[in-house]
Design a protein around this ligand. Sequence first.
Ligand SMILES: [Zn+2]
Length: 442
Amino acid sequence: MQNNSPTKSIAFTAIDEQANALIGLSKDVWDHPESGFREHRTAKLTSEFMRSIELAPRENIAITGVVAKLDTGRPGPHIAVMGELDSLIVPEHRNADPDTGAAHVCGHNIQIGNMLAAAVGLSQPDVLSALSGSISFMAVPAEEYIEIEYREQLRESGELEFLAGKQEFIRLGELDDVDISMLTHASPTESRTLQPGVSHNGMIAKTVRFIGRSAHAGGAPHLGINALNAANLAMQGIALLRETFRDEDHIRIHPIITRGGAAVSSVPANVTMEMFIRAANVEAMQDAEVKVDRALKGAAMTIGATVEISTSPGYMPSLFDPALGDLYEKSVVELLGESATGRVPHRTSSTDMGDISMMMPTLHAYASGASGRTHSDEFEITDWQLDVIDAGKAMVSTVIDLLANDGTSAKDIIANFDARLSQEKYLETLRGFQRTETWNGE
Ligand SMILES: [Zn+2]
């Protein structure tokens, strides 16, 4: 440990010297939010900064992704430090883009800052010379699973196969030779902390269309088939299945109706829905999905409507590596003291970092410098120093611990990791979720 400390101080000093630029860039991204697979400006800022610190980024990976690799020149594990490029869309947010409604209400802007802070620290020649293996800095598009129609168009035109950035990175081979991944996400927590996450739900997405028959809603409803009633019944069926879900599987199913009818005087004949089916493990996701399909078909049958169900893979359940979390916590204690650590318990939201966590030891840390509900008009970044600079230093310190001493710590963590899926099996599972079915309930 002792000979790691001078290495860390060199890295930390370099980050402090660039602190204004790193926070400035993170604020610039906050002020110019771009949703997934549209993050061209954010990607350009990222690659320009990388070039300014003598890195050689590759661009336009999975449309907007940027990757730069640092090689120590000595063999050893390959670590990916990631940041997510995309915003959400919440037009009510004070800082929303007036044209697109895009807003950084999940705080991904600070991830670009802390990933680049890590790049500043680790690219110092005296830091690199103390390490083995290599480090890639990855700005990844589209973590938020939104604008499904737009992404389906990208899929149809052959620009994508999957609808999320990390899934595309995996498909394109960007993670083929990566051994360990890490990322630090913003989180609205009261205390000033940097905490590793434990796990997240995974999810499957469905778009559903009930097709009925229009007729005069007052004069002759008996001649119509009410697609809205079918959707309504389907939602009740899904809700009544709740008692069959086990607490430990953390099932969350949240449908919305995206088109409820065309005119109040006509029986609705074309009603569309979207829904996520979330669970803490793949088996529970699949079990819940079968039940949801049954509820949809049962509702169609009751009303005599037809239902089209389009199913897409969402994200795999996350299970972050405990040993990597321990190593990270040690760095946080060194940096900010004992009170700044602790684990963030299971979360019922989902992230494509979960997909990566199936295949390699993965760290998903949370920096508490934010306030307000995430994904809402209230969300703000409140502590840029913590989210960008300290979070960057904590990742640098963890990477140094992993790759110093011939990469012994990294090699131990990799050796003890039990991959739940190989990359091949993962892509097969993801593709297995993808299907469209039409069911006639007449
Ligand atoms: Zn997020």
